[in-house]
Design a protein around this ligand. Sequence first.
Ligand SMILES: [Zn+2]
Ligand SMILES: [Zn+2]
Length: 1008
Amino acid sequence: MNSKYHHSCINCGGLNTDERNERGLPCEVCLLEESPSDIYRALLERKTLKEYRFYHDFWNEYEDFRSFFKKKFRKDLTGYQRLWAKRIVQGKSFTMVAPTGVGKTTFGMMTALWLARKGKKSALVFPTVALVKQTLERLQKFSDGKVKILGFYSSMKKEEKEKFEKSFEEDDYHILVFSTQFVSKNREKLSQKRFDFVFVDDVDAVLKASRNIDTLLMMVGIPEEIIRKAFSTIKQGKIYERPKSLKPGILVVSSATAKPRGIRPLLFRDLLNFTVGRLVSVARNITHVRISSRSKEKLIELLEIFRDGILIFAQTEEEGKELYEYLKRFKFNVGETWSEFEKNFEDFKVGKINILIGVQAYYGKLTRGVDLPERIKYVIFWGTPSMRFSLEFDRAPRFVLARVLKEMGLIKAQENPDVEELRKIAKEHLSQKEFVEKIKEIFRGVVVKDEDLELIIPDVYTYIQASGRSSRILNGVLVKGVSVIFEEDEEIFESLKTRLLLIAEEEIIEEAEANWKELVHEVEESRKRIEGELTDTSKSLLIIVESPTKAETLSRFLGRASSRKERNIIVHEAVTGEGVILFTATRGHVYDLVTKGGIHGVEEEDGKFVPVYNSLKRCRDCGYQFTEDRDECPVCSSKNIDDKTETLRALREISLEADEILVATDPDVEGEKISWDVTQYLLPATRSLRRIEMHEITRYGFKKARESVRFVDFNLVKAQIVRRVQDRWIGFELSGKLQKRFGRSNLSAGRVQSTVLGWIVEREEEYKKSEKDFTLLVLENGVNLEVEGKIADDVVTVVELQEVEEERNPLPPYTTSSALSEISQKLRLGVQEVMDILQDLFEKGFITYHRTDSTRISLEGQNVARTYLRKIGKEDIFMGRSWSTEGAHEAIRPVKPIDARELEEMVEEGLIADLTKKHLRVYELIFNRFLASQSAAVKVKKQIVTVDVDGKRIGIEQIVEILRDGWNLFVPLTVSPRFEHRNYKIKEKSFTKNTPFLSLLRLLLWKK
Ligand SMILES: [Zn+2]
Ligand SMILES: [Zn+2]
């Protein structure tokens, strides 16, 4: 390529060429040499060394840490530890988000020892005395005697305590080891001390007393005054900006198990740039199988295959007891959990018991309290976990009553009457039967049992929680589990299945598709791997997208645990089977052509065009965007400027942390250009940077994208550059002319606007020429006719009539243009609004990428249609069509077999957030159009009729009967009344002049 980027020189922050950036070189002003063996030395010799020192020092320090660790611990850093070490080296505080067994405590100890060599002080905080003692022993073993290690625990001898007191008072230590209790008892003293590194092993224990938070902050050198100020700012719901001069020590905490309470933990966010994370790893590998009858024989058969490590969840204690007795009769080694949980659990743990039976409940002991993935391999559900609600007027729950009355307009959306009031209103307006009918109408995707007056909502979270007992990351290995659900009720089962797919992206297969032997084998093999010495394969990955919503959605799907603030951007962190994944966003384009110099930002050098880019700046007050380097807005003079240089710097710093960087901006030329610009800035600092394309923001889309990692595609980047330069040139030149012509300075015409403008003018002329008179007729059989000219007759005569059978094929799925024109017309929304909604639906993980001119449907896409049709019992009309075979792009389609009604229901239930009614209506159109495109042709009976009116012959073709349903189930066809051989009276007659319709859309759609 051939372009220049301002601020991209890694050393001086000045202008550099893409060619030098690509090779990792600073600009020519900093360094003339083309291929120095050591950039750092070369800069040093030339006396131009500036920021490059930071990167050089960083790698040096990191390597020093790593070799120190290796020497002491005789093992290399794990992938998790590499990430943490790189943060320590940069002086960052953070939450250690990681499963157990990856060496958190070891890392804390090694960091303290490494820092001690530099004369720095550390404090290590543990929840129990046993851990304090154990750590002290290990530290002594690893240290070479030069490090002063001081520990405190309550059972120390008197003289030991005295010795401790003395050294503690005199600050005579490098590393201090104590318990959480010690923190609470010595707040005053600890607050006076200053540590370079504080390590908290069990953050839950520390957070129990919120005052401990202040103590920890003061221990890393944040003055009480600042903490007070920050807290009062946070209390007002605002974000506190830490003074730049403040350079606190490092605070590292383990991830919490409970959600931190209150707003005090937010002090960590504003003062140390991290949130206390909670490990909610969604990394699991479970095969879900459904058995469609509650057959005890089948259960016995399965237990004989599984043999050991089995949890069974019954719906009620009674049912559980019955199963328990039954299994005992068959001599199974089974234990129950309602009366003797502790004992039976211990027996299960050591293998004396093979099967544990419990009751399904979200907070149940067996659902949550058990963490034994090495033992638990199989989870069996005797019936779907569900919430059951009575629908009798006097017992129906509040949310059901309120929902029905709101939908019926009997109470207002904002109103919140108490439950008795709701019952009264319901009884006044409805009979019990009508009430149940209404519920069936309103609550979709749930089950209403008429005969028992019962509403059943599958409890997907309990199902996820309980089945998850069988699979999680253990010593860096993701162990496999199997979950079997015995459920005969199709409706309840389908409802659970849909929810599981939406929330966890996991599918349930039917018994016939399951190979039990193979499953058992996989389960056992994955557990064998955790036993022996394992070579660590964990790593850290940084994913850069352009939209914060996208980063948010993706990190949520992959189990977001914690978030960090890096300069002006947010980085989310998730733990998966392969390690840590960091997600962050560029927030759109980062660079644009400069406006000054060259020909509108393009210089000419040796007959070549060289575009010059500068970072984008946006005024936070008036929204104006510019590229010039100035600290105030050229329009409103505000100094509140959001400069993308800051974002790029943040990205460059984070890129140091990760083992691998993948830029996952949108899969089109704009996305490619953003990724190229980001690459410009990051390449001199890190080499392992690649590009992936995500066509849907789902776990599946991410997995798929990872299979084809590539370099930035220069052809796509060039296409964007040419387009942008063209825009600029034509736009500027045309704007100049417009301005001259109209004497106004604020007129501008981009390339696109200008072309469209010309085209519109032309079209309008043609359209005017086509202006004619029409008569609209409504016949006695209800058929509408539009006839050219003024009609005087009062009857039309059928002169010819023919009926034919015909197969009609569906339209292809939406592309961007067909979606925009049709959706905006059908829903009466502006084109821009539809585009924004499509963007939202894409970024939130509901549809595939919406900027596409392809009608292609992948096999996965076809499968979405098939699954949905099977779900609604219409698999017979499924007809997979790929429509086009070219390119990686697809048409716009839903990513999951979930229709708009189901989606709406889940929004109501709070399972998914922030989708407005408009989003749902747009989604519905996309869904239906897509489903139609994957459904069989419709067989229709068509009438071809010729009628005579005023001596004119008019041909009519219309569908009069549907002979066989197909895609019309999703996009209905109009069926018109039949004609016979006779005269028809004209019931209504109106004259219109087909006047030019100036809406842009109408013009766009109008064809000659
Ligand atoms: Zn430079
Ligand atoms: Zn402004």
